[in-house]
Design a binder for this molecule. Structure first.
Ligand code: ADP
Length: 762
């Protein structure tokens, strides 16, 4: 038995027989990928698995025979579709079908040729020819000319069946049958059956002819069909009938059914070779598969919602309370006028997983898309059908996939959309979210109104201020902050480890990870606000543990040899060993959490200007200029030598670590570095600060307070200067820094100057 692997093409409503060639046209991208795969790696061969019209991938397990076919010709059509000519080669038995990224590959073995006595074979083929001759005479067809003089019944049966007008399900039976003798017997039965139908049809024609005259041609055809059905007690389940049935049974608004009927008529009247056929068919399928009136039943039991939110996530008390309030108000007011929920915070702090828990708690289905990097509104609301390669937008294609009109719909990265000539995705998203109009949402491709008002949209973002303003105004924002080291250990110990142990089939505690090991991982291997990287490292440890156990039967102990398992530490804590003039420690907030950063200043003779280095963004550059301008404008107050300043070029460097930095909050740190340099006075590196400075020396509010405080503690800072405007927020975090760190609130730069420099002037 020769076993081989081939990419799989699932085919519905068509049959590919060995020895026969068929033309097919596709618009589906996964099918196109499969064809390309076959061309590149499988000598143009694909494996055809025929599905019944009502099969879904679940019932595939019942199919065990398919056809190996060769791609003879491939044309990329101007409308984006792909047309191929396929020649069927042989039947093969399926052993396994594996899926990866929506592409399927089958492991299969060829069907051996059946041993038949040659004399018996001649006798059988003669009987078949006899029956076929009668059929040819009755139908006056020339279809079977190509089947003349074939003695190999394996080939003969396949060719004849492919040409006979049998219904699809019957043909599938032939395709599945590996024995040519059995196929021949089936064929004899079918030919006899067809001949009897032809006889009855002739009789009916006579009867019907009497009833009607020529001008009633359409009526005649319908009459004929209904009489045939009556006589045969069988529904002609061809493609059109199936579609008609589906339309009749579809639960959808009247307008949609009307539209489907119109499209079906267009489909019927199209030439089967016209490229339009595929497009219309695809459109009909999409309309048929949308959940117009299909909802899942919401579970609204406050206690069970509370319990699920509580059990799935550690801490996040305020977030959970606000989510509960939100759900209750939404339920009480029957969805109306509740703003969309938007969860904002750094990566890995549980935004997505808490949104999924909401779905879980309400017993609703959930779906997630990302709009990060989207710059084309059509990606959200679809392309018009006239556009080459048109498709519905991300919203409606996800609704179609999930199959209900009331899922929890998570839209990730709403702060990362961009606006350009292709339109403004934010305003397209607004149409989707706007409660006033989203009950009549029109996707450009679908071109019909769909009611999105039952969908519970939850958005996520990393930065509030980068969410487009028009969206921000309509959302209820819930912020999720960074986790402290203690919180991360708790999440790992109580939530992540039990879950991962189950996933990797490990006994509870089989791989021991002490708190000390977890702390080492958090401090030296992950630099993040959330726990995503931490999860990745724990997974790595489990993988290595399992491989080691299987290979050498020795058990790894991550508490003893962490470096051997996960490599050398990536990060080291800043030990603040050097105290230098012109170098001051600032605090920054990046998507990966808070961090300390050194701001360095030197000067050299040159034109009076500033040179900034270290991957600094525009806003930070501006804040450096403002800090410098402020000091120059107040040189007398701060006792600075203005002639010296004017004769120098100042270089301000923020060592980069290859990370781009931006934001205005380095202002007061820059001012302090410049003063430290000019006054030749060292500022202790256990002092840090963060605040935006204006030209009048006022110090403005900053963001990322929690992250900055955590970073300061981790980096052995003892005193931070923070804007007075942040005082309330900082005091709420006292539990974090109490006994570890002193915080002083300042509202004008003079206050910092008084404390750090004035003393030394005296
Ligand atoms: P985000 O969407 O904010 O980037 P995720 O929701 O993907 O983050 O969270 C990353 C991982 O961390 C998930 O496995 C999640 O379950 C886990 N996680 C985050 N916060 C918590 C928490 N408070 N309790 C338990 N697990 C958490």
């Amino acid at each position: 038995m020769i076993k081989t692997n081939l990419p799989v093409l699932f085919i519905k409503n068509h049959e590919i027989f060995p020895y026969c060639e068929t033309k097919l046209e596709f618009s589906d991208t996964n099918i196109k990928k499969t064809i390309s795969l076959a061309e590149s790696y499988f000598d143009n061969c694909v494996f055809i698995v025929h599905q019944k019209s009502n099969d879904n991938l679940e019932n595939l397990k019942t199919i065990n025979v398919g056809i190996i076919a060769k791609i003879k010709l491939k044309i990329d059509m101007p409308n984006g579709n792909m047309r191929i000519n396929l020649k069927g080669l042989k039947r093969a038995i399926i052993h396994e079908i594996i899926e990866e990224d929506n592409l399927y590959e089958a492991s299969l073995s060829l069907v051996n040729k059946e041993e038949i006595d040659p004399i018996e074979e001649i006798a059988m083929s003669r009987t078949l020819y006899k029956s076929l001759d009668t059929y040819i005479k009755e139908t006056e067809t020339t279809l079977f000319d190509s089947a003349k003089d074939i003695r190999d019944i394996n080939k003969l049966t396949d060719i004849i069946v492919s040409l006979l007008p049998l219904n699809h399900n019957r043909k599938l039976k032939y395709l599945k049958e590996v024995s040519s003798v059995t196929r021949l017997k089936m064929l004899l039965d079918d030919l006899e059956y067809e001949l009897s139908i032809i006889g009855i049809e002739k009789e009916i024609d006579l009867k019907v002819n009497k009833k009607i005259d020529d001008s009633q041609r359409e009526f005649y055809l319908k009459e004929k069909l209904s009489v045939i059905k009556e006589e045969l007690h069988e529904n002609a389940l061809d493609e059109i009938t199936i579609l008609e049935n589906k339309i009749n049974n579809l639960s959808a608004p009247k307008g949609i059914k009307k539209r489907l009927e119109i499209e079906l008529n267009r489909f019927k009247s199209c030439n089967s070779n016209s490229p339009e056929v595929g497009i219309i068919r695809n459109y009909i399928d999409i309309l048929l598969n949308l959940p117009w009136n299909k909802s899942s039943e919401e579970n609204f039991d406050i206690n069970s919602i509370k319990e699920i939110l509580e059990n799935n996530h550690f801490g996040l008390q305020e977030t959970k309370t606000r989510i509960l309030e939100y759900i209750m108000v939404k339920h009480y007011t029957n969805q109306k006028n509740v703003p969309t929920l938007c969860l904002v915070g750094p990566p890995g702090v549980g935004k997505t997983s808490i949104a999924l828990s909401i779905a879980d708690a309400l017993n609703l289905k959930s779906v997630k898309i990302s709009v990060g990097g989207v710059n084309d509104e059509a990606e959200i609301i679809g392309h018009r059908r006239t556009y080459v390669g048109a498709a519905p937008g991300k919203i409606m294609s996800s609704i179609q996939k999930i199959g209900v009109n009331n899922p929890v719909f998570i839209i990730d990265e709403v702060d990362k959309m961009t606006k350009d000539i292709k339109g403004d995705p934010a305003s397209a998203l607004l149409e989707v979210l706007d409660k006033g109009q989203n009950n009549r949402f029109v996707d450009h491709f679908i071109d019909e109104e769909f009611d999105l008002s039952k969908v519970m949209f939850i958005l996520t973002a990393n930065y509030i201020d980068q969410i487009p303003k028009e969206l921000r105004d309509r959302m209820e924002i819930i912020e999720l902050g960074s986790y402290t080291e203690y919180e991360k250990i708790k999440i790992a110990r109580d939530y992540m480890i039990p879950q991962l142990e189950k996933e990797y089939l490990l006994e509870s505690g089989e791989v021991s990870l002490t708190n000390k090991t977890l702390t080492n991982i958090i401090r030296f291997y992950t630099k993040e606000s959330g726990v995503r990287e931490l999860e990745r490292v724990i997974r790595k440890i489990y993988r290595k543990y399992i491989c080691n156990k299987l290979e050498s039967k020795k058990k790894l102990d991550p508490n003893k040899n962490l470096e051997n398992i996960i490599g050398i530490p990536k990060y080291r804590v800043n030990n603040n060993t050097e105290n230098l003039k012109g170098v001051v420690t600032g605090l920054s907030y990046t998507p990966y959490g808070g961090d300390t950063l050194k701001i360095e200043v030197i000067s050299y003779p040159g034109e009076n200007n500033i040179k900034i280095t270290g991957l600094v963004g525009d806003v930070m550059e501006e804040s450096i200029n403002v800090a410098f301008g402020y000091l120059k404008g107040n040189y007398q107050e701060y006792n600075l030598d203005i002639d010296f300043i004017n004769s120098q070029t100042f270089q301000i460097h923020i060592p980069s670590n290859a990370v781009k930095k931006d934001g205005p909050s380095a202002g007061i740190t820059v001012a302090t570095s410049i003063l430290s340099y000019l006054k030749n006075q060292v500022i202790s590196n256990t002092i840090s600060m963060s605040g935006e400075i204006t030209l009048t020396g006022n110090i403005l509010k900053i963001g990322g307070v929690k992250e900055k405080i955590i970073a300061a503690i981790d980096n052995n800072i003892e005193l931070i200067y923070m804007p007075k405007a942040n005082m309330e927020e900082v005091l709420e975090l006292e539990y974090l820094y109490k006994n570890k760190l002193k915080i002083k609130y300042v509202s004008n730069y003079q206050e910092i100057y008084e404390e750090l420099f004035r003393e030394n002037e005296k």
